[in-house]
Design a protein around this ligand. Structure first.
Ligand code: A3P
Length: 301
C-alpha cells in the first residue's frame, strides 16, 4: 500500500492515504474496546513513540526484549491504520496496547462505557509545530510543508493532516471528568522527570515495579537509547516512504526547540491565537527548559 500522494478525508479531517483508508477509519471509530486495553492517545509529534516505549517497558518490567525485537507499530499499532485489524488478530488478547491520533469527537463514542486505560500525551504546541514541520520534510506520505511561516498558519488554522491541535487537546482533556481511567501525561513531564513519569504510568497500569525495574525502564527509553533502537527510530521504513537523508525521526528531543524557529512576530501571533483558542481551558504548558542556574537565581530574588 503506497498511496503516498493520497489524502483520505474522514469527517472533515485529512489523513495520509498511505496509512489510512475509509475502511480503516470506520474500523477505528466502531472499535470494540476491551476493559484490559491500554490506549495511547496523542496529536502527532507529542511524544507518542516515547509513551509506546514506556508502556512496553513497564509491561515487561524493564526488560527491553520486546522493545528491541518488535517494531513499535506492531507492539502498539495505531487503531486507524489499515494494518491494525491484522496486527490485533495475532496480538495476545489479554493486554493489548493500542495507539491513536484520532480526536475525541471521533473516538469517544466507541469508548463510552469502556474501562480501557487511556493515556493522553500532550506537548507544548510550539514544539509540536516545529517537530511536525521537520517530520513533514522527511515523511513522503505527508504534503510538502512549504516554508515554516506557511506551515505555522496551517497549524494554527487546524488544516494540517490530523486536524486541529487545539480541538484535539480540548476534546480529550475536557473528557477527563466523564471518562474514568484517563491519565494525562505531558512530553515535558517525561523530559523533566522520566523516573517519576514511569512510576506514574506503572501505577496507573497497575504494574507495580521495584526500583531496579523503574531504573531499567528509564535507561531503555532515554533519547539516546531510543535513537539507537531500530525498532523505534523508524529506520526500518524504506527511504521512499521516509527520506532518512532529510532528517531523523528521533530528531532533537528537547523542550523549547521552537525558540530556534519562531520569529518574534510568529511567536506573538501564535500566542494570541493560542490564548483565544484555549480560552476556558485551564491547562498550562512548559514552553522551555529552565536551567538550574536560572531557577536558582529566580529563587534568590
Ligand atoms: P523532536 O522532533 O522535537 O525531536 P511522536 O512520537 O509523537 O511522533 O513524537 C516525536 C517527537 O518525540 C520527536 O521530537 C522525538 O525526537 C521525540 N522523542 C521521542 N522519544 C524521545 C525521548 N526518549 N526523549 C526525548 N524526546 C523523544
Amino acid at each position: 500500500m503506497a498511496r503516498l500522494d493520497v489524502t483520505e478525508k474522514f469527517q472533515g479531517i485529512s489523513f495520509p492515504g498511505h496509512l489510512h483508508t475509509k475502511d480503516s477509519l470506520e474500523f477505528a471509530v466502531n472499535f470494540l474496546f476491551k476493559d484490559t486495553d491500554v490506549l495511547i492517545v496523542s496529536y502527532p509529534k507529542s511524544g507518542t513513540t516515547w509513551m509506546q516505549e514506556i508502556v512496553t517497558l513497564v509491561s515487561s518490567r524493564g526488560d527491553p526484549q520486546f522493545s528491541r525485537t518488535i517494531p513499535n507499530w506492531t507492539r502498539a499499532p495505531w487503531l486507524e491504520h489499515y494494518y491494525c485489524a491484522a496486527v490485533l488478530k495475532v496480538s495476545p488478547p489479554e493486554r493489548r496496547t493500542i495507539t491513536t491520533h484520532l480526536p475525541f469527537h471521533l473516538l469517544g463514542p466507541a469508548l463510552q462505557g469502556s474501562k480501557a486505560k487511556i493515556i493522553y500525551v500532550s506537548r507544548n504546541p510550539k514544539d509540536v509545530a516545529v517537530s511536525f514541520y521537520h517530520f513533514h520534510k522527511m515523511a513522503n506520505f505527508l504534503p510538502e510543508p512549504g516554508d515554516f511561516h506557511e506551515f505555522l498558519d496551517h497549524f494554527l488554522e487546524g488544516t494540517l493532516y490530523y486536524g486541529s491541535w487545539f480541538e484535539h487537546i480540548k476534546g480529550w482533556i475536557s473528557r477527563t471528568a466523564t471518562i474514568n481511567n484517563l491519565l494525562h501525561i505531558t512530553y515535558e513531564q517525561m523530559s523533566l522527570d522520566l523516573h517519576a513519569t514511569i512510576k506514574k504510568v506503572s501505577s496507573f497500569l497497575q504494574c507495580p515495579l521495584v526500583e531496579a525495574e523503574v531504573n531499567n525502564c528509564v535507561k531503555h527509553c532515554s533519547f539516546s537509547s531510543m535513537r539507537d533502537n531500530n525498532m523505534i527510530n523508524y529506520t526500518l521504513v524504506p527511504n521512499d516512504i521516509m527520506d532518512h537523508s532529510k532528517g531523523s525521526f528521533m530528531r532533537k528531543g528537547e523542550i523549547g526547540d521552537w525558540k530556534n524557529m519562531f520569529t518574534k512576530e510568529q511567536n506573538q501571533h501564535f500566542e494570541s491565537v493560542c490564548t483565544s483558542k484555549m480560552k476556558g481551558c485551564a491547562l498550562e504548558f512548559v514552553w522551555e527548559k529552565q536551567d538550574k542556574e536560572e531557577t536558582n537565581t529566580e529563587e534568590q530574588t
